[in-house]
Ligand binder design. Structure first.
Ligand SMILES: Cc1cc2nc3c(=O)[nH]c(=O)nc-3n(C[C@H](O)[C@H](O)[C@H](O)COP(=O)(O)OP(=O)(O)OC[C@H]3O[C@@H](n4cnc5c(N)ncnc54)[C@H](O)[C@@H]3O)c2cc1C
Length: 392
């Protein structure tokens, strides 16, 4: 990208190397076994990747959204699952504590999250509230100097293994009265429920968090009681930009594998790349990938420059994620088609890329919810009633 700085390019090289050495050798096995690459996660800590957006004076790398997106693309090109767990930790949990936490909260939680001693996650979704996140039912009732949390969160990335969760709960019957709490594994009344077996992103553990009279000290509340909605929305925009980076990585790898294959595989005494229908798939894939790459990094750059504020940010982040996610799924399907029978087997990674790519059309706001957000900006909220859906 033309505006990548020298620092971005150095980061790109470091992460590319890291992904080849630490993620590539493990991912097929971990995808099969549905296990996290914990050793690689800890190594990310030593590389300074786990607090990528946290200022240096607070122990982070002090880098921007372009850098974070770039890391997602480079790691996503090799192992989208571990990258998803990395995103949940670093963007949804660490970045949020860094942005919104008190000095005491930062001092208490950031060092171990940034070193990799603790793994983090974010808990918004519930069994009956996904796209309609404001319909969440988890309640937090204040009792002197602590809150009692009751409810269940579901589909939480890193839920089965995480130590620290950035959790949203209702502190009032008002739909928008959302508060945020840092919940730590081991707190009384906290447990993890079911771990889900998934089609893709299998090396990224996903599960339930259960709160039964879970006792959370008031000192673990982030921000004012009942006033988390705006901060929650803001983080969704950054989540969408950075997760689009994972889609870019997946698509790039699929294009590389399919292009090489089209040069080498022969049918009717010709490389299959000589056939116009194969050329069409490859050229459409590369054009769509480049368009999404430009849009996604432009969104990240505008975020960094402070040019994306309010609804404009939501629209552009939604556009970048909507297009990149659909593009990656289609490009992965095209790669499978170009590889024919081999593409459908585990001899080549494209079937895994396709399974992983599909998740990004669902998590961090489904395609349908993102279209609603974009349409509302275009047509106005009088015409497009989104019922406050934010789609997490
Ligand atoms: C692997 C994985 C990891 C995840 N990680 C996390 C995490 O770390 N933290 C977290 O909080 N959540 C997480 N999620 C949850 C994810 O964000 C939700 O699954 C997502 O927001 C969709 O919610 P839902 O599954 O309840 O679908 P629903 O909201 O029930 O939607 C079902 C279908 O209806 C459509 N739909 C809903 N409302 C509308 C509407 N108004 N107009 C048109 N169509 C509509 C949806 O687009 C979808 O196609 C994860 C999910 C998965 C699968």
């Amino acid at each position: 990208m033309w505006f990548f700085s020298e620092e971005h390019r150095m980061l790109q090289n470091t992460v590319r190397q890291f992904a080849l050495e630490e993620l590539a050798p493990q991912i097929s096995k971990l995808d099969e076994k549905e296990e996290l690459n914990h050793a690689a996660f800890v190594k990310m800590g030593t590389l300074g990747l786990l607090g990528i957006t946290v200022p240096e004076k607070e122990g982070g790398a002090g880098l921007d959204a372009v850098a974070a997106t770039l890391v997602m693309e480079e790691m996503g090109a090799i192992d989208a699952s571990t990258t998803l767990s990395y995103l949940a930790h670093t963007i949804l949990c660490v970045n949020q504590i860094g942005k919104n936490g008190t000095p005491e909260q930062k001092k208490k939680f950031l060092p171990k999250l940034i070193s990799g001693e603790w793994m983090g996650g974010m808990a918004m979704s519930e069994p009956d509230a996904g796209s309609d996140a404001l319909g969440m039912r988890t309640k937090a009732i204040r009792q002197e100097d602590f809150y009692l949390l009751n409810g269940t969160k579901t589909w939480i990335t890193n839920g089965p293994v995480g130590d620290i969760f950035y959790c949203y709960a209702k502190t009032d019957s008002d739909r928008k009265a959302i508060s945020t709490f840092i919940v730590q594994r081991g707190m009384p009344g906290f447990s993890t429920g079911k771990k889900f077996s998934k089609m893709g992103m299998r090396a990224s553990p996903t599960g339930e968090l259960v709160f039964i009279d879970c006792t959370v000290p008031v000192s673990n509340r982030i921000g004012e009681e009942g006033k988390s909605l705006k901060l929650m929305m803001l983080n969704l925009d950054l989540e969408r930009i950075t997760i689009a980076g994972i889609s870019l990585g997946i698509a790039r790898s699929c294009i590389e594998v399919a292009t090489r294959y089209a040069q080498q595989r022969k049918a009717f005494n010709k490389p299959i790349g000589a056939f116009q229908q194969i050329q069409e798939r490859l050229s459409e894939a590369s054009a769509w990938y480049e368009a999404c790459r430009s849009l996604t990094y432009q969104a990240a750059k505008m975020w960094d420059l402070g040019l994306m504020v309010g609804k404009k940010a939501s629209m552009m982040a939604a556009q970048a994620k909507l297009q990149s996610a659909q593009m990656a799924t289609q490009v992965a399907l095209d790669a499978i088609q170009i590889l024919g029978g081999y593409g459908y087997t585990r001899e080549f990674p494209v079937e895994r890329y396709m399974r992983d790519a599909k998740l990004i059309e669902i998590g961090a706001g489904t395609n349908e919810i993102l279209r609603l957000i974009i349409a509302r900006q275009m047509l106005g909220s009088d015409t497009v009633d989104t019922h406050d859906q934010k789609g997490n």
